[in-house]
Design a protein around this ligand. Structure first.
Ligand code: NAP
Length: 332
């Protein structure tokens, strides 16, 4: 099948500035952590990507280790890009990758040394069949490598043209501040931070968002639906094919607790009163804050993505709704 992108693809998406940079990102970005491995249905993966692009999702997020097996998501995306997004369409896409977690055996296959970060990106580019990625991230802080070394590696990567922008992920507020300052001095600004952030995971509110705002850095929360918990899918048990039901899924059955489901059920009632699905409300709740550049969702089908995209129809909350959400999350 030959993919022809929808000509109206830029009409419904909102694009938001990434911090103080020149980079605009779609309010919804697509992550390829799950559903793009060799264990997944390749035709389904393609349909998710085509649907995303047709709806103005210009940003696809990867990492060296996404699969399974590790590397498979980059390899699959590489094939799809080569076949369907060749030529000028590459210039309409923001592709990101990362390094930080275990990718190959031995002392150079994880963390934050210059050796690891540069070798890993070279491997990613081969799998992606690309000359450069748009954003390259240090995936997690390394307590044993000088921060200067990791940041100098990111700076070198931009200077050699292998990435256009750099970012950090999973860095706590004060480490993020230091990394941002080092990169600024090196002349390669940090444009974005990728933290875990959702109604169920709010550590960023304890200082990180303030640092990012002060420094003019974008923020792209990952797992904004708490891997699917913040949807209506687990209200009546664990459905077959859901992430929690799969052996290679990172959401474990034990995480679907009665306490969580009680909260999800109340949140779902509130979402219905707003004429939204719970997934839409959970995404809107993040995007109502203008410090959030984009939310990085996953999807196991094109229809799920279409459902999530409808959050953009209503990003505002009354103070009563926000208070109700706080009560529910506190378990009151
Ligand atoms: N930087 C990091 O350390 C890091 C870590 C993790 C993730 N990430 C990035 O963040 C991306 C997103 O993470 P995530 O996949 O955990 O995000 P998520 O959006 O919280 O969860 C996605 C999952 O929720 C379910 N879902 C999505 N939309 C739905 C809808 N409208 N209705 C019902 N269910 C829906 C699907 O699960 P089912 O399979 O059950 O259908 C889907 O696979 C990743 O792909 C990756 O790019 C980064």
């Amino acid at each position: 099948m030959n993919y022809i992108p929808d000509e109206s693809r830029y009409q419904s998406m909102q694009y938001r500035r990434c911090g103080n940079s020149g980079l605009l990102l779609p309010a919804i970005s697509l992550g390829l952590w799950h559903n793009f491995g060799f264990v997944d249905d390749f035709e389904n993966s393609k349909q998710i990507l085509f649907t995303a692009f047709d709806k103005g999702i210009t940003h696809f997020d990867l990492a060296n280790n996404y699969g399974p097996p590790p590397g498979a998501a980059e390899e699959n995306l590489g094939k799809i890009l080569k076949q369907h997004f060749a030529g000028h369409l590459r210039d309409e896409l923001i592709i990101s990758s990362k390094a930080g977690y275990l990718m190959w055996p031995g002392p150079y296959g994880e963390w934050g040394s210059r050796k690891y970060l540069i070798s890993s990106l070279d491997q990613s580019l081969k799998r992606l069949q690309l000359d450069y990625v748009d954003i390259f991230y240090h995936h997690r802080p390394d307590p044993n490598t000088p921060l200067e070394e990791s940041m100098q590696a990111l700076d070198s990567i931009v200077r050699t043209g292998k990435a256009l922008y750099v970012g950090i992920s999973n860095y706590a507020a004060e480490d993020a501040r230091k990394a941002i300052d080092i990169l600024k001095k090196l002349g390669t600004p940090c444009v974005i931070h990728q933290p875990k952030y959702s109604m169920f995971e709010r550590w960023v509110e304890g200082g990180l968002l303030d640092v990012l705002e002060e420094k003019g850095i974008g923020c792209i929360p990952f797992s904004p639906l708490a891997q699917g918990l913040l949807t209506d899918k687990y209200l009546k048990g664990i459905p077959a094919n859901s992430r929690a039901s799969q052996v290679h899924g990172f959401l474990k059955k034990e995480q679907v607790t009665a306490e969580i489901i009680t909260k999800v059920s109340s949140l779902n009632d509130l979402a219905i009163s707003r004429n939204q699905s719970l997934a839409q409300m959970a995404l809107a709740w993040l995007l109502r804050d203008n410090r959030i550049t984009s939310v990085l969702v996953g999807a196991s089908s094109a229809n799920q993505l279409l459902d999530s995209l409808k959050c953009l129809d209503n990003l505002s909350f009354s103070s009563d709704e926000l208070n109700t959400i706080e009560h529910i999350l506190k378990g009151n």
